[in-house]
Ligand binder design. Sequence first.
Ligand code: F3S
Length: 656
Amino acid sequence: MAQNLSRKILAAHLAQPSQMRPGEEIYLKVDQTLTHDINAVMTYLAFEAIGLDRTQVETSVSYLDHNLLYLDHKTPDDHIYLQSAAKKFGVHVSRPGNGICHAVQAARFGVPGKLSMGGDSHTPHGGAMGMMCIGVGGMDVATAMTGLPMRLKMPQIIKVNLTGRLRPGCNAKEVILEMLRQNSVKGGLGKIYEYVGPGVSGLEVSDRVTIANMGAELGATTSIFPADEMVRKFMKAQGREGEFVEMYPDEGCDYDGELEIDLSRLEPLIACPHQPDNVTTVRQVEKKKVQQVLIGGCTNGSYKDIARAALVLKGRHVHEDVSCTCAVSSRQIYKQLLRDGYIEMLIDSGVRLLELACGPCCAIGQSPATEGVAVRTTNRNFKGRSGNPTAQVYLTSPETAAACAVTGTFSTAEEVLGESVADLDKIAEPDIYPVDDSMIIKPLTAEEASKVEIVRGPNIAPLPVPDPPEQRLECRVSLKTADNVTTDDITPASAEFSSMRSNIPLMSQYCYHRYDPGFAQRARELGQSIIIGGENYGQGSSREHAAINPMYLGVKAVIAKSMARIHKGNLVNHGIIPMVFEDPRDYDRVDQMDDLEIENLRDQIAARTVEVKDKSKGLTFKARIELSDNEVEVILCGGQLRYLKARLKEINSYRP
Ligand code: F3S
């Protein structure tokens, strides 16, 4: 039977036979795992606690790429811990300065048809080269590293038919912003977007990564492109053509839905504060004075992206009221840009070159000014994610961002370049990249690894482990949130906060710090509590600290109108019961500090419907538990770590 590409790859990785009906629980064998420094300490602490001596997947890579501002001892402590843990457990390390995880992973480890799980929501980046790449929480990565099959609710596969060709001055960013404009930040929940059609062949891998990476903002499980001649070209340029595998959907295959985008009709787009789906055209957006521009990041930090931005800036200067920085996504791209003269163009125009790291994208440096207007080529513009909740962050392509840097207001590349905008189209990815893997530390042999001591500085605190739920829960509502609360709201980003992520007692004091500064103390004083959430609770970054910190503060359950996929998984892994209101109108009836009571909780969890008494209001409402049998088992065990330890014998039976 003819199959689409997504089903082909998933079917090839099934650990148990399945019809793969959308919504059904499937179990998948994982080929690759990816972690990065600001989420990974918890992953490797969990892997240590499980008790295995080596990763059980083909390739595991630990990236030290997010927080390279060593403000004090904490982040270097984390990096030393991570490097020693990687040596112990047979994991590659990409050292600080080698580049941003997703760019390096695709370039140096990506193989069409493989299945990768990464502890970062933008892991789908690798879908650009025909891989199935799924973002999960850090505990899920630790689980994948044990060799146990990963559970996934079978997504719907949506065909996105691309036709036409992008106009000069437009970027693949326009495609994903158009997807967001049409489908919203919730539109991709439970879906894989499979891009096909005649427009695909005109997009290089560097264009496709922008679309696949930012599919995360649609809430999608992942996005994928065929492994075609463009992927072969990319892998050849990486000196890895031998690993290329051609992969297409079968002729006449079925999909669960279909969308169409004509690339030639797109014009430069811009996502306005504070959601990536708040999209309009650059032409129509209200003109404002721009204070800051950031070019690069994992979404738009490719050779072509930076070179095109440099060409817009060539012979011009960054406006005197604008601070313009550039974060190239990897060392090999930086070297090629240097050879081709683009770095000089950036320097001549007054652009400040940053480290080869995520940096400002997750508020690690370069915060905008008070009420500053920032134009960024990254993927998220949530309130506060830039490090300053008063800032207004707009998302655009590198071409548009460079034009804004020159004019000091919202402008397109065409407005700056006139007819020469057509020259931007002449820039293509190199035929050969200056590959140099000297910043990747290869895994040790098992014998060498057995002698490695894991180094733990004072910032590495033990991983807190929750207790299993009891039969009766009586507690107050410690927080009631609005719709679309992000994991950035729950666990704020910044160089300072990121460096606390290995130390939960310290970091939990800042839980919901920017959203409700009184939350942490209130939750602690209550001892145990429940959070009430709106729609799409926990959207955004995969950071599992948005589950660990509330758990540490005594939060036992979240009852929301709806919940984002990765965050729901993180809540389960860390023993917080995720529930959704059976009748969403009950959300309006419950208030912060209401006294709630649940009897026979364990039995009700198993039955998937929980009756909650609101003693303050004298009413009762029902909440659903939309979890698989396996997830229910995990919750009743008190989280994934207790569950895995209980299954260590079975895990060992998977080992060769
Ligand atoms: Fe880093 Fe931002 Fe990408 S934090 S991985 S550059 S989304």
